[in-house]
Design a protein around this ligand. Structure first.
Ligand SMILES: *Cc1c(COP(=O)(O)O)cnc(C)c1O
Length: 364
């Protein structure tokens, strides 16, 4: 019997997640050693220096298992968010919390409703459990079509995911539309609101997912330390939900899924107001700069509530930018072959990107 026949079919049929190309790969492939990476929505200002210091200090205790309950981080976040400690579930990135939801809720025949294009992990975790993704196309403005999503909910729907703001389009839905949408959904359906980019959103009427968490037991807000806090390499994120659902997710969780360094780093980053302020300021300026550069090149782009921009740069822009030493995310896998997603960098990185884009367009 072949090995393949032994493999769980739901897993064998998956295509692995394609991450942004690492800088090291560009050095190996093209001999470019000064490349800039604007492909994974990482923080251009780096991690909080306070987090780095906390991680350094904790390194001496690496022979000890972490605190499996993430006691300090839990207490601090519960206080900040005004929820009980038993309403928080931590993961190795919010990716893992999404996976815990899938493991906890889904089986063969169950359906998961989410918008598309959206975060690439949603189909992976859904299919991985043998469940069926129901992908609802974004509207003409590339925002969630919430009424079409409500219509897509069936008897078999276990989970609905709203990525707000949405990756990879940068669009968001406002409070009124969001509230109307949740009012239409049956209470038995679990609703995950993926708020990985929440802090970057500039619209005044962002939905209050935590208010819904208080109101309805099956709503979970997903947050991460990977984006605003610049700790993508540490891997820590969390869900905020009712104590009952949190309890089920806790049963599915590995006891030491959030490591010691991740916990202390996250705790320190949370209170580094100066670093947060600088990161948000850099992002605002960077978004404005990229928007004006796209405008001046006559390139269509979508206003963003995140730390990245989707732009219609032409079909081969991604590969040609690579040769210029600029790594962005190609969108062909999302059915948008003539678009790229570029993360906001430092002012120098943004300029390097804009100049490279001009060069490849003039050469075309
Ligand atoms: C980056 C991202 C996450 C989470 O990333 P982690 O590093 O696993 O915390 C979740 N959802 C979306 C939409 C993201 O872009």
């Amino acid at each position: 019997m072949a090995l393949r026949d032994q493999i769980n079919r739901h897993i064998a049929e998956l295509s692995p997640y394609e991450p942004g190309k690492p800088l090291e790969e560009l050095a190996r492939e093209f001999g470019i050693t000064d490349a800039v990476k604007l492909a994974s929505n990482e923080s251009p200002l780096g991690p909080s220096p306070k987090a780095v210091e906390a991680v350094r200090e904790a390194a001496g205790s690496l022979h000890r298992y972490p605190d499996g309950a993430s006691f300090e981080l839990r207490a601090r976040l519960a206080e900040r968010l005004g929820v009980g400690g038993d309403q928080l579930v931590f993961g190795s990135g919010s990716d893992e919390v999404i996976e815990l939801l899938a493991k906890t809720l889904l089986g063969v025949g169950d359906e998961v409703v989410y918008a598309w294009p959206s975060f690439a992990m949603y189909p992976i975790v859904t299919r991985g459990m043998g469940a069926t993704p129901i992908q609802v196309p974004l509207d003409a403005g590339l925002a969630h079509d919430l009424s079409a999503m409500a219509q897509a909910v069936s008897e078999r729907t276990k989970l609905v995911i709203v990525c707000n703001p949405n990756n990879p389009t940068g669009t968001s839905v406002g409070a009124e539309a969001f509230d109307r949408f949740l009012d239409r959904l049956p209470e038995r359906v679990v609703v995950a609101v993926d708020e990985a980019y929440l802090e970057f959103a500039q619209r005044a009427d962002m939905p209050d997912a935590l208010a819904w968490v208080r109101r309805r037991p099956g709503v979970i807000a997903l947050r991460t330390f990977s984006k605003l806090h610049g700790l993508a390499g540490l891997r820590v994120g969390y869900g905020v939900t009712g104590a009952e659902l949190a309890g089920y997710l806790e049963r599915a969780r590995h006891p030491f899924n959030v490591n010691r360094l991740a916990e202390v780093g996250a705790l320190a980053a949370l209170d580094d107001d100066e670093h947060i302020r600088a990161t948000l300021e850099n992002n605002r300026r960077g978004l404005a700069y990229l928007g004006s550069e796209f405008d001046s090149m006559g390139i269509e782009w979508w206003p963003s509530d995140t730390n990245f921009v989707l732009a219609r740069t032409g079909a081969d822009a991604h590969d040609r930018l690579l040769r210029e030493g600029v790594i962005v995310r190609p969108m062909a896998g999302f059915g948008m072959p003539d678009c790229i997603r570029v993360s906001v960098g430092t002012p120098e990185e943004n300029e390097r990107f804009a100049k490279a884009l001009r060069r490849i367009r003039e050469a075309a």
